[in-house]
Ligand binder design. Structure first.
Ligand SMILES: Nc1ncnc2c1ncn2[C@@H]1O[C@H](COP(=O)(O)OP(=O)(O)OP(=O)(O)O)[C@@H](O)[C@H]1O
Length: 241
């Protein structure tokens, strides 16, 4: 049986006014899962992803590898269980700045004391995100343009390439990751992500994937979850809508 990575128990999230968006959310994310998360618009899919990444307040318990997010330190936890938002235009700076910030919470912590002394606060940046993005049609100069000046599709591919290419995440939380892409580019990105999880050769072990596209859900999913105010329900593969 596949090892469990994330265990979600009785999670509930409320609007600032206090009324619940959803309650009684229980499920487990296992290695090799691509969990397609579906539900009506406004049912709380993005909110649940933000709870899983510890970006939103919630009641209940989330355990990663049988320990609380706090026990890893929240910034480090967020590099292991990483949320990729639908829109990146509100991020400050450039994609390269963002990559540097992610690296500061991951690679620096794993350097030897000698490396730390030599490098100070600089971090060794992998160029894999740049190569992944290049394979998806992203030119190098775009890495130094501010997020707000990239097209929706460019920003979406770069954000995904960083999340996959940095190789810090075991679980990626993808919020409509190809919504701004044309059909061919979308399928190319999908195939890449599915292969990463299937091959088991990188750090990426599972994906939770929000999509409104029935076809995409069928192409990528291994399990299907539907959220509504009463909780989350697992559906058999052939009943996805
Ligand atoms: N900060 C907030 N303040 C008040 N209400 C909020 C806040 N964030 C989310 N909500 C509300 O919570 C509900 C769930 O929003 P969420 O974005 O999670 O839904 P969703 O299922 O991802 O929707 P969509 O499919 O349209 O993207 C919505 O009614 C939304 O208006």
């Amino acid at each position: 049986m596949a090892a469990s990575i994330l265990h979600i128990t009785d999670v509930r999230c409320c609007r600032p006014q206090g009324d619940p968006i959803f309650s009684h959310v229980n499920f487990t994310v296992n290695e090799r899962d691509i969990l397609v998360l579906q539900g009506k618009s406004g049912s709380g899919k993005s909110t649940l992803m933000k709870c899983l990444a510890h970006l939103n307040l919630y009641d209940g318990e989330i355990q990663y590898r049988e320990k609380s997010p706090q026990s890893y330190g929240i910034p480090t936890y967020r590099t292991r269980v990483q949320y990729v938002p639908q829109r990146t235009s509100l991020l400050p700076g450039t994609p390269r700045d963002f990559m540097e910030a992610v690296a500061s919470f991951s690679s620096f912590k794993h350097q030897s004391p000698v490396d730390k002394q030599l490098l100070g606060k600089r971090h060794i940046l992998s160029d894999r995100p740049i190569h992944v993005a290049e394979a998806w049609g992203i030119e190098q100069e775009l890495w130094d343009r501010s997020w707000g000046n990239l097209s929706g599709g460019e920003a979406q591919r770069i954000a995904l390439a960083i999340a996959v290419g940095m190789q810090t995440a075991e679980v990626l939380l993808l919020d409509e990751p190809t919504s701004a892409l044309d059909a061919d580019t979308s399928e190319m990105v999908e195939r890449f992500l599915v292969n990463e999880v299937k091959n088991g050769e990188t750090n990426l072990k599972a994906i939770v994937w929000i999509t409104h596209s029935e076809e995409q859900g069928r192409r990528v999913g291994t399990r299907y979850l539907r959220i509504d105010p009463s909780g989350i329900h697992e559906e058999p593969e052939d009943s996805t809508v």
